[in-house]
Design a protein around this ligand. Structure first.
Ligand code: SAH
Length: 222
C-alpha cells in the first residue's frame, strides 16, 4: 500500500465512495452489482494526485496524456447496460479506450475476463502497473487502434467503447457474439449513447441519452 493510501484519503475513501454510490442510486442507477463494484474500486487511485480530493465527485477529471477519467455516472450507466444483458460472471468483455483503467477495473469485478485496448502506449504502461498493484488479474491489455477490435479473442459477449466514434466501427460489430451487447457513444460534437444488440445477422440499435466523450482516434502513440 502506498503512503498516499495510509495518509488520510484512503482512510476516508470508503465513506466518500458510499456517498458517491448513494448519489448514483438517486440518479437512477439501480443494479446492485454495479453499485457494489463502484463501492469497491478506489477511484482516487486512478486520478492524478492533484485531483485525488475530487475523485468522488460526479465529474470527469483530467488524467495524463490529455485524456480524461469518465464521470462515475457514465461508467455506472454503461456498465449497467452490459450487466443487465449478459450472464453473471461468465461473460467475456472487450473495452476500447483503457485510459486510466477505472472502467476496466469495474468490468473486471463483474465479468469473467476483460480485454482492453488503448492507443497511447505510455498511458497503458502506467495503467497496467496500477491494475496489477490493485490485484486485478482477469484482464488482458494491448496497445493498438481499438477500431479494429481484437479478432484473436472474438467473439465478445459485451463490447464497451469509451471514446466517441461517428459510426460503429464495422470490425467491432463483427466481433460481437450472437446475443451480445455493444455500447458506444456515437457522434462528433453531438453524441448519443447507443446500444447495439446482435440478433442473428442483424444489429438492433437503441438510443439512450446525450453524452460527451473524447474522440476515438486512429493509429497508436508510442
Ligand atoms: N475508460 C476510461 C476512459 C478513457 S477516455 C475511464 O475509465 O475513465 C478514452 C480513452 O480512449 C483515452 O485514453 C484514449 O487515448 C483512448 N482511445 C481513443 N481512441 C482510441 C482507439 N482508436 N483505440 C484505443 N483507445 C483509444
Amino acid at each position: 500500500m502506498s503512503s498516499r493510501d495510509l495518509q488520510g484519503i484512503g482512510m476516508t475513501s470508503l465513506r466518500t465512495r458510499e456517498r458517491m454510490v448513494q448519489r448514483l442510486g438517486d440518479l437512477g442507477i439501480s443494479n446492485l452489482r454495479v453499485l457494489e463494484a463502484l463501492l469497491h474500486v478506489p477511484r482516487h487511485l486512478f486520478v492524478e494526485e492533484a485531483f485525488a480530493h475530487r475523485a468522488y465527485e460526479d465529474a470527469a477529471l483530467p488524467i495524463a496524456f490529455n485524456q480524461t477519467i469518465s464521470q462515475p455516472w457514465i461508467v455506472a450507466r454503461m456498465t449497467e447496460v452490459l450487466v443487465s444483458a449478459l450472464p453473471e460472471g461468465t461473460a467475456k468483455v472487450l473495452e476500447i479506450g483503457t485510459g486510466c483503467g477505472y472502467q476496466t477495473a469495474i468490468l473486471a469485478r463483474l465479468f469473467a475476463h476483460v480485454y482492453s485496448i488503448e492507443r497511447i502506449a505510455p498511458l497503458l504502461d502506467r495503467t497496467q502497473t496500477r491494475l496489477r498493484g490493485l490485484g486485478v488479474h482477469n484482464l488482458t491489455l494491448k496497445c493498438a487502434d481499438g477500431s479494429f477490435g481484437w479478432s484473436r479473442h472474438a467473439p465478445f459477449d459485451g463490447i464497451l467503447i469509451t471514446a466517441a466514434a461517428p459510426a460503429l466501427p464495422a470490425a467491432l460489430g463483427r466481433q460481437l457474439a450472437e446475443g451480445g451487447v455493444l455500447v458506444l457513444p456515437e457522434g462528433g460534437q453531438q453524441q448519443t449513447l447507443k446500444v447495439y444488440r446482435k440478433r442473428g445477422e442483424r444489429l438492433e440499435v437503441q438510443e439512450l441519452e446525450p453524452v460527451r466523450f473524447v474522440p476515438l482516434l486512429a493509429g497508436v502513440e508510442r
